[in-house]
Design a protein around this ligand. Structure first.
Ligand code: PLP
Length: 353
């Protein structure tokens, strides 16, 4: 239940943190030759966290190794989590809980104005149900504090029934256990880059709660890498996301009991691909989905990786032939089926149907 002892001292207590093993890494770091040709700049690579083999995979598996490790250390028997209706995090929390013999209660928030039956019943919602999670609904969208309060009320009811609940928090101000998964990923990716002798100067990643972005940035700087980590905002604008990532890095340093290696200028975020809002597609995000599928047979989800890829493609087109860029694929693939109406409409428009 602990991280491999090979981690260097600059990562402080990381190797002693409780961790539930949910998959065996490393995930592949692969070239994307066709997309490289299309973009016409530097060499493009992809880190395949979408292929983590737990219930359709994705970045949240790495984060859950530490949350569920902590839950097991506290002898919890029930995990509680809140997220959007098509949240990947809640689906994977249900999957991870099942693997560890725990129950899972999921609270679904109304963050996206969609009444389409596919959105409400297919994709992640269907998987939540198949995994046997208990579903609750929270009628508000952007109300992190209220959603947390409601989750705590459910946990209190479970405690009164004799259960031992563990809450996985999404809002800031909690110990950033999830981000530790991406500190480990930074270590893993740097070893792959060194093995393959790649001149990688930048990695692009979706930035939502910020655990993936902050963990990756913290890990790279703690390991002495100056690589740029560009976070593509998928939920909030850059002015809100930037301090969130800075705070999260300081919280990781406190948790690992090391000095924070991340400077303010290291935090790079762009909100140029966020419109029209969280979980809502744009022309550029739909184009990114179609281009990746048809050049690299690479599938993206509409909420996170399509927007991050739209940002990555712009960076790639501006890059020079000697550069190398990595796209961190964070998964989310079941949501493709929840968004099938708008994806079909985009395909019809492309085909002139
Ligand atoms: C597929 C996918 N990519 C990226 C993210 C964003 O990760 P983070 O919340 O760590 O910023 C999420 C968050 O739910 C996700 O599901």
């Amino acid at each position: 239940m602990t991280v491999s002892a090979e981690l260097p001292e600059s990562l402080g207590r990381l190797s002693t943190m409780a961790r539930a093993e949910l998959f065996q890494g490393p995930t592949l770091l692969e070239p994307m030759p066709n997309l490289t040709k299309v973009c016409g700049g530097g060499q493009l690579f992809i880190k395949r966290d979408d292929c983590i083999p737990l219930a359709f995979g994705g970045n949240k598996v790495r984060q859950l190794e530490f949350y569920l490790g902590e839950a097991a250390a506290q002898k919890a028997d029930t995990v509680l989590i809140t997220g959007a209706v098509q949240s990947n995090f809640v689906r994977l929390a249900a999957a991870g809980a099942r693997k560890l013999g725990m129950d899972c209660h999921i609270q679904l928030e109304e963050r996206v104005p969609k009444t389409d039956p596919n959105y409400r019943q297919s994709g992640n919602v269907l998987l939540d149900r198949l995994l046997g999670a208990t579903l609750h609904s929270y009628p508000e969208g952007e109300d992190e504090a209220g959603a947390d309060r409601n989750l705590h009320a459910i946990a209190e009811r479970l405690t009164a029934e004799g259960r031992r609940p563990f809450i996985i928090p999404l809002s800031p101000g909690h110990k950033p256990f999830g981000a530790l998964g991406y500190v480990v990923a930074a270590h893993e990716m740097l070893a792959q880059i060194a093995d393959q002798g790649l001149p990688v100067g930048e990695v692009v990643v979706a930035s939502g709660s910020g655990n993936t972005h902050a963990g990756l940035l913290f890990g790279l700087r703690a390991l002495g890498s100056p690589m740029t980590v560009t976070g593509v905002c998928v939920r909030r604008d850059a002015d809100q996301q930037r301090p969130r990532i800075r705070d999260r890095c300081a919280e990781i340093a406190a948790l690992l009991e090391v000095d924070n290696p991340v400077q303010d200028d290291d935090v790079v975020v762009t909100d140029a691909y966020l419109a029209p809002g969280y979980g809502q597609s744009s022309e550029t995000s739909l184009e990114a989905i179609m281009l990746c599928a048809q050049s690299e047979a690479l599938l993206l989800d509409p909420t996170y990786t399509a927007k991050a890829m739209a940002g990555f493609l712009d960076r790639a087109r501006k890059s020079k032939s000697g550069d190398a860029l990595v796209f961190m694929h964070t998964g989310g693939l079941p949501a493709i089926f929840a968004y099938q109406n708008e994806l079909n409409a985009a395909l019809d428009a492309r085909d002139g149907a």
